[in-house]
Design a binder for this molecule. Structure first.
Ligand code: XMP
Length: 327
């Protein structure tokens, strides 16, 4: 099949009406392409895979099999939201794989950032391929490829990652319903498909998840401290009108401890670092300056609610020289 490309004349999808027209057109094409075959989709809960899932559910219903792999490095509440939105509300055919122990056991003691990323990526493909082999009659693989992915891979900036890595014997044909869309258009389409705002307007989240925010060897207790502090930060940003305004914000819990005091007793616990940044292209990044009031409130909540934290630090470093993530 010829590669589908974005028509030069295509208007930017900015309104519900344009989104609806796009959805109707794609649904017809998807039905034609898929027929009565089955489609498999790795559903992470991120914007692109969620919109692809919603579109395919609308087009072929239960012929779509979604696989959500919980690798233990997701944010608080994410696996639950995927199940709620897709299985409960959209009645999707959803396989939930609890692979938390499998990933964390493999990562135990691994300190090198690149090795951590590799383990997470490879294990993900393995878990997904195992699920695929258990299923009969899957012909297609759904993918959240978007137009910038195609442009960047053509320009040699990055490999077009989406298809990468699945064993060849699985031999899937690709279905890419948002392939010709820019990210902002994917969000408009997702909203029109009825996905919740906190899924559609979600901040970027790296594939290796909280793993890169738990620098060095990941331990379950420090990972929980990252997850809990991240949940508090997101809650406070939402409460203070910063959700959707600040590009990306998260916490990092580094692998060192410092002395503190609590209830008259010495503590020896980790610091929690807060990073909030703005950017348009992620090549250059500026820091979001928080109000004194919000800073004080975040410090109070995190030190009193997150076990293992006795200090809160703020990272006010732009990129360059500091990258967004710590690993
Ligand atoms: P850096 O740390 O390179 O991050 O300045 C730039 C943006 O990319 C995101 N990021 C990733 N996204 N897989 C992803 O899907 C990754 O491995 C990854 N590493 C970084 C990061 O969150 C930021 O938005």
């Amino acid at each position: 099949m010829a590669e589908i490309r974005r028509p030069e004349t295509m208007a930017r999808i900015t309104t519900p009406e344009l989104a609806k027209a796009f959805i109707d057109e794609q649904i017809a094409l998807l039905r034609e392409q898929i027929g009565d075959n089955k489609v498999l989709l790795a559903l992470s809960g991120g914007v692109d895979s969620s919109v692809v899932a919603a579109m395919l559910i609308k087009a072929v219903g239960k012929q779509l099999v979604c696989v959500h792999v919980n690798h233990g490095l997701l944010r608080k509440g994410e696996p639950e939201q995927v199940i709620k939105v897709f299985r409960d509300e959209m009645d999707a055919n959803l396989i939930y794989v609890d692979a938390v122990d499998r990933f964390l056991d493999k990562l135990e003691g691994i300190t090198d950032p690149e090795q951590k990323r590799k383990i997470i990526g490879n294990e993900f493909i393995e878990v997904f391929a195992e699920e695929a082999r258990k299923l009969d009659g899957i012909k297609f693989l759904g993918q959240g490829t978007i137009w910038p992915d195609i442009l960047e891979s053509e320009a040699g900036i990055k490999a077009h990652h989406n298809a990468g890595g699945l064993p060849e014997e699985l031999n899937f044909e690709l279905v890419e319903p948002v392939r010709i869309l820019f990210k902002d258009e994917v969000r408009v389409v997702g909203k029109e498909l009825g996905l919740p705002d906190n899924m559609v307007y979600r901040q970027p989240f790296p594939g290796p998840g909280l793993g890169v925010r738990c620098p060095g060897a990941i331990t379950r207790d420090r990972l929980e401290a990252v997850r809990e502090s991240d949940a508090i930060l997101r809650e406070e940003f939402a409460r203070n009108g910063l959700e959707g305004k600040v590009w990306q914000y998260f916490t990092v819990v580094p692998d060192f401890k410092s002395t503190g005091v609590k209830d008259g007793k010495r503590t020896f616990d980790w610091p929690c670092i807060i990073r909030a940044i703005n950017t348009t292209d992620v090549m250059e990044v500026t820091v979001e300056h928080l109000s004194d009031e919000l800073i004080d409130h975040l410090v109070q909540r995190i030190i009193s609610e997150v076990p293992g934290i006795n200090r809160v630090l703020f990272d006010y470093t732009p990129k360059p020289p500091a990258t967004v993530e710590y690993e």
